[in-house]
Design a protein around this ligand. Structure first.
Ligand SMILES: CC(C)(COP(=O)(O)OP(=O)(O)OC[C@H]1O[C@@H](n2cnc3c(N)ncnc32)[C@H](O)[C@@H]1OP(=O)(O)O)[C@@H](O)C(=O)NCCC(=O)NCCS
Length: 150
């Protein structure tokens, strides 16, 4: 396992985060309006919001990965659920346990805040991510639908 620190995101991480965020969007063959990215960024630092992020920092202080999550109410529990929204590790830093550490950081947040659960989704064909997820979590049988259809 590589020597990394997982820590809350800081305002000074913006350039590094934007770089990884863009790679993440490219991975999903997606684009987002700059306004969306900027709003998401601001929400990380707004205590009235329930949008959070942490980064993985290498020994040389380079930001090599990030995770984001949101908390929300549930009709099936008194405690909040944590939805792990985005996870990305710089390609040059993969397969060294960084993705696992980012997920485990969110688990720790879940423990500390007494969340009912941490959950997330992935694409059916994202086998690399699923190798990790099968190891750190339990696959449930739900299929995701969305609206609008486009
Ligand atoms: C998914 C992603 C975050 C994983 O990050 P990572 O730092 O490489 O993950 P880790 O090194 O912690 O874990 C990789 C796991 O997959 C396993 N794995 C990966 N490729 C493997 C292979 N070819 N053969 C065997 N095992 C493999 C590793 O053994 C490890 O499992 P373990 O912790 O039980 O040993 C990273 O690949 C990524 O950013 N991908 C692009 C974006 C993405 O898919 N994000 C997730 C969207 S849901």
């Amino acid at each position: 396992m590589t020597e990394v620190v997982i820590r809350p995101i800081k305002e000074s991480d913006k350039k590094a985060w934007l770089n990884l965020w863009q790679q993440y969007l490219t991975f999903y063959e997606s684009t987002l309006d700059d306004e969306v990215t900027e709003t998401t960024w601001k929400r990380f630092f707004d205590f009235t919001e329930t949008v959070y992020a942490a980064v993985a920092e290498a020994a040389d202080k380079t930001v090599i990965g990030f995770v984001t999550w949101v908390t929300h109410r549930s009709t099936w529990a008194i405690e909040n659920y944590i939805y792990l929204h985005d996870l990305f590790v710089d390609p040059s830093a993969r397969l060294k346990g960084v993705g696992r550490q980012l997920i485990e950081y969110v688990y720790k947040i879940g423990e500390d805040t007494k969340a009912d659960r941490v959950y997330w989704q992935t694409q059916v064909h994202n086998h690399r991510a699923q190798l990790l997820y099968t190891s750190v979590g339990k696959r449930d049988g739900f299929v995701v639908y969305r609206w609008p259809k486009s």
